[in-house]
Design a protein around this ligand. Structure first.
Ligand SMILES: *Cc1c(COP(=O)(O)O)cnc(C)c1O
Length: 386
């Protein structure tokens, strides 16, 4: 049993739903801003695709972080949440015309461009509006990361970014285009990365590319190293805040930033991952022949990470302190992958108990679907329940 949850208030709400502990979110944001303040030219953008719940976004926006967007819908969400347009950056391999126009109309800080074809379209659309769009090139650094294959993005085989060999030619190309201005380089090697050596490898690659740019007398204002810092899914209570000190110090130590440059970060999971839990009710405890199942009213439609990435989430029975038993915790969806955890040790469960599926603040609510004609889960914050 985990006593940190406001059980009485949670009991009143229809399950399943996401519950966000905004006190933890604020502590996490302070940890980030305190670390960043140690460095003169570091800036953090929150990767909105991790969680775009408006109440969560407004807390993040208040903290002064910028916004990292990956679609027109996300750009719109960032503007609605109040992020200033000069702190909005937009990456994505397939930006549609309306999405580019939305960015142009709102004078966002930068388009992180992923191909020559896209650069040409941005230049044309900006010309129609008599604007000059700031662009950074997303370079595929061919750096791996010790994480799940589905969330590795910086290998040559991945669809993301422009290859290193094409970097100088595409930068040179911009000087002949009147409606785009080259302002930076962008990288993002993947997500849920816990080994600082992966970020060190990225720093080394950026240093090499910067030396090459120096040889060509090309000056770059902004270096954006993306996000990817992981969280502890194993210990959401004792490791509720990621080690931001080590993360930023790693970049300060290994990336040779030029004195006139700003270093941008795009953190998603590390900001919101630990503050969210999926709260679900036990519908049935079913005795199998060699297993017992706790069948929840939440399923993979509410939280797809276990089914999609074989992700582990700690599960707590927050309404029982009876002796521990072992359960397979499953959802109601007609898919065998609709399992939140196998052989999970939990306080003895009965119909009506509430389970908290922990560390679900990132890539949880935002990835929910309507499969099986199910309603999307709602999100509630500690502030509204207090
Ligand atoms: C998803 C994404 C991020 C954030 O990744 P996290 O692992 O959540 O920190 C940052 N930048 C880009 C371009 C992304 O697509």
């Amino acid at each position: 049993m985990n006593r940190q949850f406001p059980i009485e208030q949670l009991r009143k709400l229809p399950t399943p739903f996401y519950y966000y502990d905004l006190a933890l979110l604020r502590k996490t944001l302070s940890a980030i801003t305190n670390e960043v303040a140690k460095y003169a030219n570091f800036e953090v953008h929150y990767a909105i695709k991790a969680n775009a719940n408006p109440k969560v976004l407004s807390v993040i926006c208040e903290s002064g972080l910028g916004a990292d967007c990956v679609s027109g819908g996300v750009v719109r969400a960032s503007l609605e949440a109040g992020f200033p347009s000069d702190k909005i950056v937009y990456a994505g391999v397939g930006k549609d015309d309306w999405e580019i126009n939305l960015g142009l109309d709102n004078d966002i800080l930068c388009f992180n461009v992923e191909s020559l074809a896209e650069l040409e379209v941005i230049n044309e659309l900006a010309a129609l509006k008599n604007k000059v769009a700031n662009v950074a090139f997303r370079i595929n650094p061919n750096v791996g990361a010790h994480t799940h294959a589905n969330i590795t993005t910086g290998l040559a085989e991945n669809k993301f970014g422009i290859s290193m060999e094409d970097m100088i030619p595409i930068i040179n190309k911009t000087s002949s285009m009147s409606n785009v201005k080259f302002i930076g380089l962008h990288f993002h090697i993947g997500s849920q990365i816990l080994e600082m050596d992966d970020f060190v490898a990225l720093c080394h690659r950026v240093n090499e590319l910067q030396d090459l740019l120096d040889e060509h007398q090309i000056y770059v204002e902004n270096i954006n190293v993306g996000g990817g810092l992981g969280i502890s899914y194993e210990a959401p209570d004792s490791e509720s805040i990621p080690d931001f000190e080590d993360y930023f110090a790693t970049y300060a130590k290994h990336l040779k930033l030029r004195p006139y440059q700003t270093l941008h970060f795009e953190l998603g999971r590390a900001v919101v991952g630990q503050c969210g839990s999926l709260i679900s009710k036990v519908l049935y405890v079913k005795q199998g022949h060699n297993k017992q199942f706790a069948i929840l009213d939440a399923g993979m439609t509410d939280l797809i990470r276990p089914a999609l990435y074989q992700a582990y989430h700690q599960i707590d029975n927050i309404t029982s302190d009876e002796a521990i038993e072992v359960y397979d915790v499953v959802g109601p969806i007609c898919e065998s992958s609709d399992v939140f955890g196998k052989d999970v040790r939990l306080n003895k469960a009965k119909r009506g108990d509430l389970f908290a599926i922990r560390s679900a603040g990132a890539y949880g609510e935002i990835m929910a679907s309507g499969y099986n004609c199910r309603a999307l889960p709602k999100g509630y914050t500690s502030d509204e329940l207090a």
